[in-house]
Design a protein around this ligand. Structure first.
Ligand SMILES: [Zn+2]
Length: 261
């Protein structure tokens, strides 16, 4: 597979495969032009108190009351949280696209994802997608394997953010490939579900990394490029919407292209 197709190219490939393999299948494969764009929100920490007051930690933290207000807003607007795999299927096969699908992603695997975000996601009936760095799993302030297993059993999705939180575009290709391969295997083993998406640490990527992702069976990768994922998105350069520490609900609505509450 080419490393730089757009979803529409994947849809054509899927349609051809379907015509051959499942001619009698009911899976719809109509054109993607009308498929609604999907916001993929990017969170890091969700916490009840700031774990530190340096600008980086503050910038990465959405406070629990704000997060709960955001989930309430999504619920009132009848959003349905989906996984990246669901989105991939929807984009490629154009199924279940209502314009109210959303993906909630959390980078870095902080422990507050389990203690704070997870209970709130469950209370509001949403699914989160968690990108973990395998070398930090089980270290202070980060998720443990037991927590990952419990969250996965409750329907949360786990994907790769590498073995180490490093700039993948600057790694020698063989090292990058090793990181992608090992993290995929480890996280898939912990969560009990295949890992098929990658989040580039700090949003840094290269053609070589994209090629390795495709070779290793990753379906796509998320960046920090602002925007919604649409039929014209590149699978290994998917856009996200960053939720900031001080976003008001009006700003959150604006980011979702909705009127202020
Ligand atoms: Zn990160």
């Amino acid at each position: 597979m080419s490393v730089r197709p757009v979803w529409t190219a994947l849809a054509r490939a899927a349609a051809i495969a379907c015509a051959v393999v499942c001619a009698a299948s009911a899976v719809p494969t109509r054109g993607l032009a009308a498929a609604p764009a999907v916001p993929v929100l990017m969170y890091h920490r969700v916490d009840t108190v700031l774990s530190a007051h340096d600008p980086i930690t503050v910038g990465l933290t959405v406070m629990a009351p704000a997060f709960e207000a955001q989930l309430g807003f999504l619920q009132r607007h009848r959003f349905r949280s989906i996984t990246l795999d669901d989105m991939w299927t929807g984009m490629v096969r154009h199924v279940s696209a209502s314009g109210r699908e959303i993906v909630l992603t959390f980078d870095d695997g902080y422990e507050d994802n389990y203690t704070v975000a997870f209970p709130l996601l469950r209370r509001y009936g949403f699914t989160g997608t968690f990108f973990v760095v395998t070398s930090t799993v089980g270290t202070p302030d980060h998720l443990t394997v037991a927590q990952i297993k419990e969250m996965a059993a409750a329907g949360m999705a786990f994907e790769s953010h590498g073995q180490h939180h490093v700039d993948f575009s600057a790694l020698p290709p063989s090292i990058a490939r090793h990181e992608l391969e090992n993290s995929k295997r480890l996280i898939g083993g912990w969560a009990g579900d295949p890992v098929t998406f990658f989040a580039y640490p700090s949003g840094r990527y290269s053609e070589s990394v994209e090629r390795s992702l495709a070779d290793l069976g990753y379906r796509g990768a998320v960046t920090e490029i602002p925007g919604f994922v649409s039929a014209t998105s590149r699978p290994y350069e998917l856009e996200r919407v960053r939720v900031a520490h001080d976003d008001s609900l009006a700003e959150y609505a604006r980011k979702l292209r909705l009127p202020a509450p």
